[in-house]
Design a protein. Structure first.
Ligand code: DGL
Length: 268
């Protein structure tokens, strides 16, 4: 049996990381868990986010993955350390990769970060950015309205554009040149976010850098799947499977058409 990369999120957001892992590592099998029944995690108490993340990891670990990606900024900010202490395999988060990607892109050193209430409140991006580059100026903004519209599958509607415009209104007056999409749900709204921020602001999505780190870790451990392997992915969600499948099929259409996917609804 092929050992998988396990990827998790509160809902469909982590699929933005899944797509990048599928693009960079097409031979790798992915087991994904979206906790759609309990999303959003952004406004939840820290104790809940840690408990839910532990439950998902316990569920995924029975499939004996070779690496876990916490493809949720909120869970990365609040539970990454805890999970690393619980399991024996590498566990990657999305905040360090996102911070690195932003620092390699900014010219002005003024970086914007948007995320859930929990992620922004944790200060995890500010810390990650300023640990590498102490003079970086960070402008942060929580955008709690964005995750629910993504979970409803409204990526390019009049409603989503209006919500994005309102959420970002206070950010546009700052001279940032990079905006970190510090929530894995936000890349679904990239077009609308870009429209509001304008052409001079580069959107940073941690998916690409996270997939690169996944690849590097597996390479160093001698655990990359053989090229030519055709994986059968497993996508699990805890809530409404119809919406989850619709979004996953649409978002991953370039990658899952040539492979098989097993879908499953699982209550934790
Ligand atoms: N996609 C997740 C994140 O990156 C969680 C969003 C939420 O559930 O509030 O933060």
């Amino acid at each position: 049996m092929q050992q998988a990369i396990a990827i998790l999120d509160s809902g469909v957001g982590g699929l933005t990381v899944v797509r990048e892992v599928m693009r960079q590592l097409p031979q790798e099998k992915i087991i994904y868990f979206g906790d759609t029944a309990r999303a959003p995690y952004g406004p939840r108490r820290e104790e809940e986010v840690v408990r839910f993340t532990r439950q998902i990891v316990q569920y995924l670990i029975q499939y004996q993955p070779k690496l876990i990606v916490i493809a949720c900024n909120t869970a990365t900010a609040l539970a990454l350390q805890d999970i690393r202490e619980q399991v024996q395999i590498p566990v990657l988060g999305v905040i360090q990769p996102g911070a690195r990607a932003a620092l390699s892109c900014t010219r002005s050193g003024i970086i914007g970060v948007i995320g859930t209430e929990n992620t922004i409140k944790s200060g995890a991006y500010r810390e990650a950015l300023q640990t590498i580059s102490p003079t970086t100026h960070v402008i942060s903004k929580a955008c709690p309205e964005l995750v629910p519209i993504v979970e409803k599958g409204l990526f390019d509607s009049r409603e989503s554009r209006a919500v994005v415009r309102d959420s970002l209104a206070s950010l546009v007056r700052y001279p940032i040149d990079c905006l970190i999409l510090g929530c894995t749900h936000y890349p679904f709204l990239s077009d609308a976010i870009s429209e509001v921020m304008g052409p001079d602001v580069t959107l940073i999505n941690s998916a690409e850098e996270t997939a690169r780190e996944t690849s590097a870790v597996l390479y160093h451990r001698g655990q990359l799947a053989e090229s030519g392997t055709i994986p059968v992915h497993q996508l699990f969600c805890s809530g409404n499977a119809d919406m989850f499948k619709r979004i996953a099929r649409q978002w991953l259409s370039d990658y899952i058409s040539v492979t098989s996917v097993v879908w499953q609804v699982t209550k934790l």
